[in-house]
Design a protein around this ligand. Structure first.
Ligand code: FEO
Length: 164
């Protein structure tokens, strides 16, 4: 049985993951408009992964006999800056998600909810990877600076990202 506090945090996380999915989809659209199709691909796959994360929370609440509530999802921005700024924004967003997952874990510990703690372990590992990959992109885009050839090379490499 989920405690009210853990249930509420899990439900809020569904909306947060859906927001991340929409944010990365909006970023993908921006990259496609600017003909950076590799980055568009990378963000589109990321967007799909975030939807998958939302569904993992959704299924877990149901499996625990909880009550699912899908909250309102805020509209993501429509205007974006340079690629390095976009990836920095994605990294900042992932750090927020990590903090949010840690907060659910802390509440689950407080409520002696072991099943939620075990469930969240996957997300805790996933966040390490997600922060690392966004951070790597920020660093590589920073290295590329204003060099268009380097930017296009990075973009070509990102076309290779495939859905997991
Ligand atoms: Fe679902 Fe990127 O955190």
């Amino acid at each position: 049985m989920l405690s009210q506090s853990v249930q509420q945090l899990l439900n809020e996380q569904i909306a947060k993951e859906l927001y991340a999915s929409n944010l990365y989809l909006a970023m993908s659209g921006h990259f496609a408009e600017t003909n950076l199709m590799g980055m568009a691909n990378w963000m589109r796959i990321q967007s799909e992964e975030e939807r998958g994360h939302a569904l993992r929370f959704f299924d877990f609440v149901i499996d625990r006999d909880g009550k699912v509530e899908v909250g309102a999802v805020e509209q993501p921005p429509a205007e974006f800056g340079a690629p390095v700024e976009i990836f920095a924004e994605a990294l900042a967003h992932e750090r927020k998600v990590t903090a949010s997952i840690n907060a659910i874990y802390a509440q689950a510990m407080k409520d002696d909810d072991y099943a939620t703690q075990v469930f969240l372990q996957w997300f805790i590992n996933e966040q390490v990877e997600e922060e690392a990959s966004a951070s790597e992109m920020v660093e590589r885009l920073t290295m590329a600076g204003d060099n268009r050839a380097a930017l296009l090379m990075l973009d070509a490499e990102m076309k290779g990202r495939a859905a997991e």
